[in-house]
Design a protein around this ligand. Structure first.
Ligand SMILES: Cc1cc2nc3c(=O)[nH]c(=O)nc-3n(C[C@H](O)[C@H](O)[C@H](O)COP(=O)(O)O)c2cc1C
Length: 359
């Protein structure tokens, strides 16, 4: 687990400090000790609207190692644990963007970090010791247009990546509402909130902070979406045509379609009338059926939850009722149904499902 590796690295760093001049190498990781995102096989309109009457424009700014590393192909992830996209904070930020409809901004340094774990740790530690402000590739255009900022970051050395401070100091956050979200190892939020608060004392930093352990990040979509909703932010996504009906036996379910070109193509397909799919059970986690045509893909690393509607390899429509991690395209999500209810509706074997657009 990453936890062991993280602790081992900390201990090793302490040793390096106390035995100045000696060089040491931390324990090699085993397959099990790699971050979850390495375990691939196991597992708009830019206006946001809150539930109040006012409309607030939202920025989601985040730092993630995966967006800030020199990615090498053919990295041997067993002997040299390395960053592999998507990054944890990157994934969280994507879900906040989907839910709020805000603008996404990745904080990126001009001089990317090594993709090797130990080397990245070392450079980050040097930057922290020197209180550096790494140069950024670009900055947000016209920050004035945003009054709410969701700020995402990983815990780096008990605090924040120094580039986050470059970003905060180069912009004027006075009076802006800031919501923090963080992914971390065993160290939790550590001093990060205090550091950010000290850096932007004139911002309104909410104490409703979302944080998750690094190994849970990939499966935290539901929790972070709930957090965003509880804060009162939700994109105006329930427009006409964004709701899909699924007729399964006697049950009629509704789903909210994703805002991407794949769901758009599905809507265009259904505009001609309902489509009936013969779906088969696969691995006791999904029902899969052919759409009879290919739709555009928007593949990303996804850990599914019950009710996720997925496009697999461009032409298969999949209803998930249990978790699976893979690279595929999100089409939407069935509303208000849990795993148990969905299993009961779908049954154990083949099932016929009729898809249509809600009136
Ligand atoms: C340079 C570096 C320093 C880190 N320091 C800490 C730390 O002090 N405490 C902690 O709990 N996790 C630490 N971590 C683990 C990250 O916070 C964690 O893996 C996070 O989920 C990474 O998010 P990302 O994939 O978006 O970069 C560190 C990771 C890196 C790369």
């Amino acid at each position: 687990m990453m936890k062991k590796r993280w602790m081992a690295t900390l201990l090793a760093s302490a040793l390096i400090v106390s035995l100045a001049g000696c060089s040491g190498r931390t324990e090699e990781s085993t397959d099990e000790s790699r971050p979850v995102q390495m375990q691939e096989d196991t597992e708009n309109g830019n206006e946001s609207q809150n539930t109040a009457e006012t409309q607030r424009k939202v920025l989601i700014a985040y730092f993630s190692w995966a967006d800030n590393a020199i990615l090498e192909e053919d990295v041997d992830a067993t002997t040299s644990p390395s960053v592999i996209p998507p990054g944890n904070v990157q994934q969280l930020a994507g879900w906040v963007q989907e839910e709020t409809g805000g603008d996404l901004f990745s904080i990126r340094v001009a001089d990317p970090y090594p993709s090797d774990w130990d080397e990245c740790l070392e450079r980050a530690n040097d930057e922290r010791a020197e209180d550096e402000r790494p140069e950024l590739v670009e900055n947000v255009e016209n920050l004035d247009q945003y009054d709410t900022v969701f700020l995402g970051y990983p815990n780096w050395w008990y605090g924040v990546p120094m580039a986050l401070l470059s970003f905060l100091e180069e912009n004027d956050f006075a009076g802006k509402q800031i919501y923090l979200f963080c992914s971390h190892g065993t160290g939790g939020l550590a001093d990060s909130v205090e550091i950010i608060t000290d850096t932007v004392p004139d911002a309104e930093i909410s104490d409703q902070i979302f944080d998750c352990y690094e190994e849970d990040a990939a499966s935290s979509r539901e929790e972070i979406v709930r957090w965003v909703q509880e804060l009162g932010y939700k994109a105006d996504s329930q427009e006409d045509g964004d709701t899909l009906n699924l007729q399964i036996g006697d049950a009629t379910l509704t789903a909210t379609l994703e805002d991407n070109s794949s769901a758009q193509a599905l809507k265009e397909m259904l505009a001609d009338g309902p489509v009936t799919l013969n779906m088969q059970d696969y691995e006791n986690m999904e029902k899969v059926g052919s759409l009879g045509q290919s739709l555009p893909t928007n593949d990303e690393q996804i850990t599914t939850e019950a009710g996720d509607l997925i496009l697999y390899q461009g032409n298969s429509f999949v209803i998930y009722y249990a978790p699976n991690s893979w690279n595929f395209t999100r089409l939407g999500k069935i509303n208000d149904v849990n795993e148990e209810e969905l299993r009961a509706i779908l049954g154990e074997g083949d099932v016929t499902v009729s898809l249509s657009l809600a009136e």
